[in-house]
Design a protein around this ligand. Structure first.
Ligand SMILES: Nc1nc2c(ncn2[C@@H]2O[C@H](COP(=O)(O)OP(=O)(O)O)[C@@H](O)[C@H]2O)c(=O)[nH]1
Ligand SMILES: [Mg+2]
Length: 210
């Protein structure tokens, strides 16, 4: 069996930032992962990295309000960033305001940010907060990519239908800067496609040769 090379396989927890001051040096390259709580973001990250417990898969959503950085050894200065899950009703107003301000600051100022991945449950795509996140990226001229995850919950034809309608809505709103694919952490469908795109954004192919 030939497994294709996975540059994320050695991904390792680096730090969790609650404030902008705690972020790593803004000199490398990073790709941020966003999504509603329970959309399947942690599972999507784990599948991407071919790891079981890199990002914590949780039954109690919305607890963590921090930016979690994963390093990508042996390459230095490249990160995957797990953004806090949003859309969770039980978060207090203060925490929500703090989180919004932090995320807006992050998107507005973070030079290292190369692209945004928004993870959506394929059965509930394009909620208001998802569109906000995509708009933050678009404002910066950053590319974004949508993972329609938990695809295993739908039939093939339903998957294709949702992909097409979400693609159309995204193109109308954001033009060509946002792409979309079907994904499943459970069956690994679409994992290699996502890996290839994130690796390209991070320029990992050439970074590994040097
Ligand atoms: N069937 C199915 N369930 C999934 C998939 N991805 C995540 N889940 C489940 O959805 C729930 C939330 O997943 P998690 O990754 O913690 O979501 P997060 O809150 O967005 O990080 C968990 O019960 C996961 O097992 C998938 O691709 N297929
Ligand atoms: Mg999570």
């Amino acid at each position: 069996m030939t497994a294709s090379f996975n540059p994320f396989q050695r991904a390792a927890y680096l730090l969790a930032a609650h404030t902008p001051q705690q972020l790593p040096d803004d000199s490398g390259g990073e790709v941020a992962f966003a999504g509603r709580s329970n959309a399947g973001k942690s599972s999507a990250l784990n599948a991407l990295c071919q790891r079981n417990a890199l990002a914590r898969v949780s039954k109690t959503p919305g607890r963590t309000q921090q930016l979690v950085y994963f390093a990508l050894p042996p390459v230095e200065g490249r990160y995957l960033v797990d953004l806090p899950g949003y859309g969770y009703a039980k978060v207090s107003k203060d925490l929500l305001a703090h989180w919004r301000a932090f995320i807006e600051h992050y998107f507005a100022t973070r030079e290292a940010l190369r692209g945004l991945v928004v993870v959506m449950d394929i059965r509930h795509p394009l909620k208001e907060d998802d569109v906000y996140m995509l708009a933050y990226a678009a404002q910066r001229g950053l590319p974004a990519h949508v993972l329609l995850t938990k695809a295993d919950k739908l039939s093939r034809s339903q998957q294709a239908q949702t992909r097409a309608s979400v693609g159309k809505a995204l193109a109308a709103r954001f033009g060509e800067s946002v792409s979309v694919q079907v994904y499943s952490a459970q069956t690994r469908a679409g994992v290699e496609e996502a890996r290839a795109l994130v690796a390209e954004w991070l320029d990992l192919g050439s970074a590994m040769k040097h």
